[in-house]
Design a binder for this molecule. Sequence first.
Ligand SMILES: *Cc1c(COP(=O)(O)O)cnc(C)c1O
Length: 363
Amino acid sequence: MSVLATPSVENTRSRLVVDLDAIARNFQTLQKLTPTAETGAVVKANAYGLGAGPVARRLMKEGARTFFVATVEEGVEVREALADPTPDIWVFSGYRAKDRPLYVKHRLGAVLNQPGETAQFRAAPAGPCAVHIDTGMSRLGYGAGDISGLLNALQNLDVSLVMSHLACSEESASTNNLRQLERFTALTNALPETRLSLANTGGVLLGERYQFDVTRPGIGLYGATADLSADNPFEPVVTLEAPILQLREIDAGDTVGYGATYVAHSPRLVATVGAGYADGLPRALSGAGCARIAGLRAPVLGRVSMDLTTLDVTGLEHEISQGAVPEFLGPDLYQAAALDNTLPYETLTGLGARAERIYKGTP
Ligand SMILES: *Cc1c(COP(=O)(O)O)cnc(C)c1O
């Protein structure tokens, strides 16, 4: 085997390229699928790993007025990024009185999930609140048996949203969806009239009767759906660019990577790229996934290691000499998630802190 001259790359670090225009188009697609309700935006977990600040700012420009995060700290980050007090930011994880100063200072909306939270909130309300009722997820939210007490507890509070979450929205044929829809309708009929929210991305795709007043899509904004089998109306928004650090020719019989799991049957051109599982590339791509070089497939050879991955770039010499950089994820996000026995949600939120985040398109 021998090392070939590699087009010199200045940067040896991986880059996560996030296409803000694609996120904006996915937001518009969600709006088109939602003829009467407002399209909200879930930007929890650092906008599914892509960067809450730049993503929320662009979505606000696109017209988003209602954001959702998981924690108070995420809410503060989004409010500071928006630098505008008008959009609503709801915090899913529940209200704690010790956080009241942050709720007030950053105008965050408390989501009340259970009687103890409502009691803490009542003692010193921090603006408008939302109520989360459980309709079949058994995770967070008031249960059907808690509703009568809730009516009392909500007196004199400014409840501006009642929400619930679907367990099986990505399975359009699941009878759970209809059951949750019916429970949501029955329970919210017993509560004071206010804005209602049931649909995540999968719920939006279930159709208009699931959409109520405001929707809560997350994954659709970021280019995926939870249903790996269905047509995906959203476009990819993120690629992980991995610079080529070394190029080598190997001979039949040579092996590649830890465990020598790949054995060449014929001479191959191998590119070693600067991204591995510490950058968020699933280790499950070992010997199975691929990158794209100028849109052409470059299979992963052998094991993905912590900082490096080896690609078969035989036949791609021209593209490489033109400076094309290998890209992971993008249109292959689904395949990467499937190989890893998971969903795009986990693959996206697993994207490491090491990759530099680069934003394409209008900020
Ligand atoms: C994460 C989350 C969402 C967004 O779900 P997607 O499937 O990503 O669209 C909506 N609502 C709640 C309560 C969530 O936790």
